[in-house]
Design a protein around this ligand. Structure first.
Ligand code: KG4
Ligand code: ZN
Length: 378
């Protein structure tokens, strides 16, 4: 008899992760080997290095996940793996390993879309708090270093269906954080540090404007710049211009060099290295980005009659976003759910959770499963 044990494997970007989840909701283990230290030296993810690190990490990470769950490989009912979107070479490490493992164990292999995984990171934890009525869609904002998407999600006959109603036409929100942080000498990834520093500055010091996208036709024939789309390249340029106008470049370079010497927690050191002007700029940036994400999400929730909102992906860890989204949802009588911090950024528990309804429905991947770097959802 199947006990509902699924091993999830995730290797789409710069985290090698494995987790064991029972019946799509009970996390027995959740192991993440981060490559931040490697990529931080280059100020961003280097695909070739990512693949190599996944190769080194995949076996020990899976072994640890199985051991920490207190089970053996033979207890598994299925192996789930991220199919895409992500870096081709990085995805292939997880897929090849998962295929071999599933084949060796004689268990089904389940392919999971990384973006669906982010949505399930919230659904699995919020099953008790969200009362999902049939026919009333959930609006999911997936906001990370590589993605900014709005999805209408609905469960039908046990399976989840998605409709992509908004997307970024240029940078992702996390990318705007990371690029702005780099300009300010704060290193990679910049989001968590910017979030911390933002609480020490004046959010009303600098006025940033976001939005105002003009619809245009893309190469693939699809229209971009729809009503619920996002654009973040403008604010990145505005930060650049601000740093030039206020002669902040040298200070940023000095900060970068000083922070490179710091091992461990860089927060307090970074705070001491930031002058008032920089802290105010960061606080204003954060206010503008969070406000924009909240505004677009609420407009879409109203348009599509959503009953609840879920926010997921690395940027869902952001304090301002959580506070403002929660406050706005409360005034509109909408239910709202965020992932715990451990499940906001990339992990494999979300992959195993998203695989559970597919397992129950017998939706298994074939032997020729391949990486799909541009895989879309909805
Ligand atoms: O979901 P994730 O781990 O990887 C992707 O799929 O991209 O998200 C990582 C992104 C990075 O851009 C990082 O700077 C951002 O999430 N991030 C944050 C915070 N924590 C992580 N951005 C803003 N505030 C945070 N607290
Ligand atoms: Zn992600």
């Amino acid at each position: 008899m199947a006990s509902g044990l699924i091993l999830g494997i995730e290797s789409s970007c710069d985290e090698t992760a494995a987790a064991v989840v029972r019946s799509g909701s009970e996390v027995l283990s959740n192991v993440v080997a981060s490559q931040i230290a490697t990529h931080a030296l280059y100020g961003g993810v280097v695909p070739e290095l990512a693949s190599r690190e996944h190769l080194t990490n995949i076996v020990p990470v899976v072994r640890t996940a199985v051991a920490e769950a207190g089970i053996t490989l033979a207890d598994l009912d299925a192996v789930a793996v991220t199919e895409g979107p992500g870096l081709a070479g990085a995805l292939l490490v997880g897929i090849t390993y998962a295929k071999a493992l599933a084949y060796g164990l004689g268990t089904p292999l389940i392919a999971v879309n990384h973006l669906e995984g982010h949505i399930h990171a919230v659904l699995m934890e919020a099953k008790e708090t969200l009362s999902l009525a049939s026919g009333v869609p959930v609006l999911a904002l997936v906001v990370s270093g590589g993605h900014t998407h709005l999805y209408l999600a609905e469960e039908r006959d046990g399976l989840w269906n998605y409709r992509n109603v908004g997307r970024t036409i240029d940078d992702a929100a996390g990318e705007a954080y990371d690029k702005s942080a780099k300009l300010l000498g704060l290193g990679y990834p910049g989001g968590p540090l910017m979030d911390f520093l933002a609480s020490h500055g004046d959010p009303n010091a600098v006025e940033f404007k976001l939005g105002g996208i003009k619809p245009k036709l893309h190469r693939d024939g699809a229209s971009r710049g729809g009503e619920f789309d996002f654009s973040f390249s403008g604010i990145k340029t505005a930060v650049l211009r601000y740093t030039e106008l206020h002669s902040m470049r040298e200070r940023a370079a000095a900060r970068h060099n000083a922070l490179m010497q710091v091992e461990g927690n860089r927060r307090e050191v970074a705070l001491a290295l930031c002058d008032r002007e920089t802290l105010d700029l960061i606080a204003s940036f954060q206010k503008a980005v969070a406000g924009y994400l909240v505004k677009q999400t609420m407009r879409a929730a109203e348009e599509f009659g959503a009953g609840s909102i879920i926010v997921s992906g690395g940027v869902a860890a952001n304090r301002a976003l959580r506070e403002r989204m929660s406050a706005e949802a409360a005034t509109r009588h909408l239910q709202i759910a965020f992932p715990s911090l451990a499940l906001a950024t990339d992990n494999a528990a979300m992959i195993a959770a998203a695989a559970w309804p597919k397992f129950a429905a017998g939706l298994f991947a074939s032997d020729d499963l391949n990486a799909v770097p541009q895989l879309r959802l909805g």
